[in-house]
Design a protein around this ligand. Sequence first.
Ligand code: NAD
Ligand code: UD1
Length: 343
Amino acid sequence: MPKDRVLVTGGAGYIGSHTVIELINNGYEIIIVDNLSNSSPDVIPKLKEITGKMVSFVNLDIRNKLALQTFFKRTERIESVIHFAALKSVNESVEQPLAYYENNIQGTINLLEAMLENKVNSLVFSSSCTVYGSPDHLPVTEMSPLGHTPSPYGYSKQVCERLIHDTVHAHPELSAISLRYFNPIGAHKSGLIGEVPSGPPNNLMPYITQTAAGVREILSVYGDDYNTPDGTAIRDYIHVSDLAAAHVSALSRLQSSDKPSGVEYFNIGTGKGSTVMEVIRSFEKASGRPLDYKVVGRRDGDIEAIYADASKSKEILKWSAQYDLDDMTASAWTWEKNYRGIN
Ligand code: NAD
Ligand code: UD1
């Protein structure tokens, strides 16, 4: 007897595809809904190759309310939803705020409505540590106050958390978990799937691997005058496969009788902060090659440091990160080499 059938919105994307593997490996039957706006259909056969199982995929845009409702009506046995589908570029969101609000907020409203109408009562939401803004105290716990999020992207995550909270409050049959991801990097150990940014990457890890692969000329390190041990900013990098595993734990939690009603929030990070220079050094060790970089000024909107207190996840979700920074940078490089056909 298979476990619940899980609907994975955005399951063809970077984190979604890694999560699908963990779900299948843990006996879940899954169905992916994705409009492929930031992913490729090629990932679906790769998922089959890695797991040895068929993966159901439906090309659907969650902004299309009617199509989403029809999908729910026609699809039997959906027990839970993991909601990844969103636009995620901070810079792009500043240039196209309405596109981000429509996609991320309207998409989530459509999903919640369809869930309620079809009595699908369990939701895991992809949130971000960006909801904490620039924290006053480190590490951040789930009780840390939400902060100012300068970009429409970051604000859309706060709004979605709030609208899920209010919907669950009004409909207590609905149960939700919001996972606040820190900085996911790396790739599945098979080297078959990984992060494929469209255009020049905004984020550090893909910029590093693309520079090493010769796709980018040089990495700009944004600022070395922060109040940190080497002057570069600190983040809590987490292996994407560890992050994926946290979703399996969240689903178990949603199904357990211990789960209190309402929304629960969990930090998904390692609890360890690393500077930009530490990431570069780790990458150089993993790849065995020096990286071209130059220090430039700080990036607008960047914060000095953030890392998680992940003890609530450990205690309640029984989840903690297994991989360290060297595992993350090594797997990111393996993926980049495979993707570019580099030996
Ligand atoms: P991604 O872009 O690789 O994956 C998102 C997927 O959603 C893509 O496959 C895209 O095609 C799909 N999608 C977008 N809009 C859609 C729509 N309207 N209808 C159907 N499908 C749609 O991004 P990711 O890095 O895998 O992120 C997944 C989730 O995690 C997002 O909600 C993101 O905001 C959140 N998150 C990501 C990070 C990160 O650093 N990658 C950090 C914190 C939170
Ligand atoms: C960014 C987003 C954040 C989002 C997160 C995960 C901004 C301001 N914030 O956060 O909302 O939740 O990604 O997707 O964009 N760096 C360089 N050179 C580069 C790229 C990055 O030095 O070319 C530095 C950054 O200054 C930062 C660190 O590397 O100190 C990590 O950057 P990045 O990967 O973009 O993640 P965040 O800034 O944490």
